[in-house]
Design a protein around this ligand. Sequence first.
Ligand SMILES: [Fe+2]
Length: 323
Amino acid sequence: MSSAASALITDPALNVPPRHIAIHPLTGQIGAEIEAGDLSRPLAPEVVDEIRAALLKWKVVFFRDQPLTHAQHVALARAFGAPTIGHPVFGFVDGHPEVYSISRDRFATRHVGEPLIRPWTGWHTDVTAAVNPPAASILRGDVIPPYGGDTFWTNLAVAYEGLSAPLRGFVDTLRGVHAFTAPEGQGTTEDFKEKNRLRPLVSEHPLVRVIPETGERVLFVSPSFLKRITGLAPRESQQILDLLFEHITRPEYTVRFRWQPGSIAFWDNRTTAHLAPRDIYALDFDRQLYRITLKGDVPVGVDGRPSSIIEGEPIEAFSAGTA
Ligand SMILES: [Fe+2]
């Protein structure tokens, strides 16, 4: 293997054997289950450091049997960064401003009509319409169906390395516009329109961002939010985006996670995209997850140029008074 991501996985700095946690990789390219004891209690600094290193390497890490309260979830998130408000556009759980509810019927509150099935519809990186999308998200399973409702993640660093060198060189130079709008052909509810009107978020990001801690280049394309490539004709833009969206969803870059009550998924939101397949809508089971996102930096492209705001404000860390 010759990719930078593989080089990262063999990077000595990230391969110091952990002494305080156990890491169980789930695939060759992304995802590891971690045993780190009881996450409802304050974590020792060495444990935080080792989880952070595992996250840089494996992009998404999972924990089992951690039935946290909202307050414990917030405390866990604070060990790794600064929680934002639950969602800058769509709000938060009553009494817990850092916590965002992901319920089974969330889609129905935003869109009208049947969900349109396209090969990569639904794949996204969280809140990339903001100039500083979250650095990471920590998602906790509360009510979980007996089957169905899994989540996928894909490794955007290995996806970048999987492009040919000439195409990597080309996408290195591109930037694109990210916004919250309905998928083409899909209507939106009045509530969705009103929330977007009150808190518009549109940003331009490089298609390839560089991760400061590792130097990795990441194909930062978020299919649900990235609408067009700056400077290209509409047909050129759409066809290149289609190619890149199809590419990042190749199975060898992905991991599929089967939830259980008390499961936690913690992902690097700079280097991954994720998908909730719609099979849950064919079932009668409920599903309830809760998410906390950590404040992120403004992405920087290969040329050193940062992302820019087209509409809206950066996402700030939550503090009392900002809700
Ligand atoms: Fe998401």
